[in-house]
Design a protein around this ligand. Structure first.
Ligand SMILES: Cc1cc2nc3c(=O)[nH]c(=O)nc-3n(C[C@H](O)[C@H](O)[C@H](O)COP(=O)(O)O)c2cc1C
Length: 341
């Protein structure tokens, strides 16, 4: 079966839903660097239907973000249906995605996220309730199960398909594993084999090469990248190069990387009404952008102290001016003169 919305490519590359990361500025940046589809972070159905301002604020997106999915979570089918109706009418994304993967205690305690995986009738009820309340395609993101005993991604995925999910993303770990161990790509291959709808492979893609290896290993219809996009949104363009048999474009130079980080920072500053809060939230991205650079430990320390987006350019300039010093020290090292003899 084809993807339920128009795409220019055969194997779409998705930016994964990520709380605190896949926000509008980062989604736009990733679209610019070749992400074909983006998804919002998970948003509580309760927060949406009660029109909680913080939740509704996270539903804003720009025209250049399409195709975009809004991800919702909750264990109350009626509330999920109501949230889907509001998202559809007011925000008009291209699809509504349901989160059956979140392992966080606060969420699973009320059977939200991966908590639903303990009760597959509930999973079906939630999907059906959402599908009844929107004309948009409904998609689902699952883990392999609640725990090792209940590990059965193929059954879970088939139940999602039966209930009306039009695309299924699998992060092949159980809830109990959280993020430990390796993502089991064989399980993605098994789900691809079992389902008629497109299956997205997700988990442990750190480089463009990993994305292509996952695609070959699983024959997944699309690839979903989460942590591998941190500080390197160009991973999408690089993956596209490899998928199409072209030589992979190199990662940007340090100067270019800083320009991209500053662009991202300007978008984040413009998006968030609370400029100081936005700068503090942005520190994590700064840490990711400088990962692996010579002297990055010290540079990161300085960047983690910023309280305003305006401070960032000066810190990058200082770094570039004293780069020779850092390069002599090697990755993550301190500048030579501070190393005790
Ligand atoms: C910071 C962070 C936030 C996340 N938030 C969400 C979320 O809101 N919804 C969701 O379905 N998955 C969420 N995930 C899981 C990712 O989408 C993805 O399934 C997981 O990180 C495995 O992929 P990766 O190895 O490419 O990182 C989150 C992951 C991270 C690291």
């Amino acid at each position: 079966m084809p993807f339920p919305f128009p795409l220019d490519v055969r194997v779409p590359l998705y930016l994964a839903p990520m709380a605190g990361v896949s926000e509008s500025p980062f989604r736009r940046l990733c679209r610019r660097f070749g992400a074909d589809v983006v998804v919002t972070e998970f948003l509580s159905a309760e927060g949406i239907r009660r029109e909680n301002p913080a939740t509704i604020g996270k539903l804003r997106f720009g025209p250049e973000e399409h195709p975009i999915g809004v991800q919702i979570f909750g264990a109350e089918p009626a509330a999920m249906g109501e949230a889907a109706a509001l998202v559809t009418d007011v925000f008009q994304p291209d699809f509504v995605d349901i989160n059956f993967g979140c392992p966080v205690k606060k969420v699973v305690r009320r059977n939200g996220g991966s908590g639903c995986l303990k009760d597959l009738d509930l999973v079906e009820d939630v999907i059906r309730a959402v599908a009844r309340n929107t004309h948009l395609p409904v998609t689902a993101k699952i883990r392999s199960g609640w725990n090792e005993e209940m590990r059965d991604p193929v059954t879970i995925a088939l139940r999602c398909q039966d209930a009306g999910a039009k695309v299924l993303a699998l992060h092949p770990r159980t809830r109990s594993q959280m993020y430990s161990g390796a993502a089991n790509w064989d399980e993605i291959a098994a789900v691809v084999e079992a389902l008629d709808v497109p299956v997205l492979g997700n988990g442990d893609i750190k480089t463009a090469g990993d994305a292509v290896r996952m695609h070959r290993h699983t024959n997944c219809a699309g690839v979903m990248i989460a942590r591998g996009s941190f500080g390197q949104p160009w991973i999408f363009d690089q993956t596209r190069d490899l998928l199409e048999g072209r030589p992979m474009r190199p990662a940007p130079s340090v100067e270019e990387r800083f320009r991209i980080a500053l662009d991202h920072s300007a978008m984040a500053a413009a998006y968030e009404p609370d400029r100081r809060g936005a700068a503090i939230e942005f520190r994590k991205h700064l840490g990711w952008y400088v990962r692996g650079l010579p002297g990055s430990a010290e540079l990161r320390k300085t960047l983690y102290a910023v309280n305003s987006h305006d401070e960032i350019a000066g810190i990058f300039d200082d770094y570039l001016r004293s780069r020779d010093r850092y390069e002599a020290a090697g990755p993550d090292g301190a500048p030579l003169e501070t190393v005790p003899a």
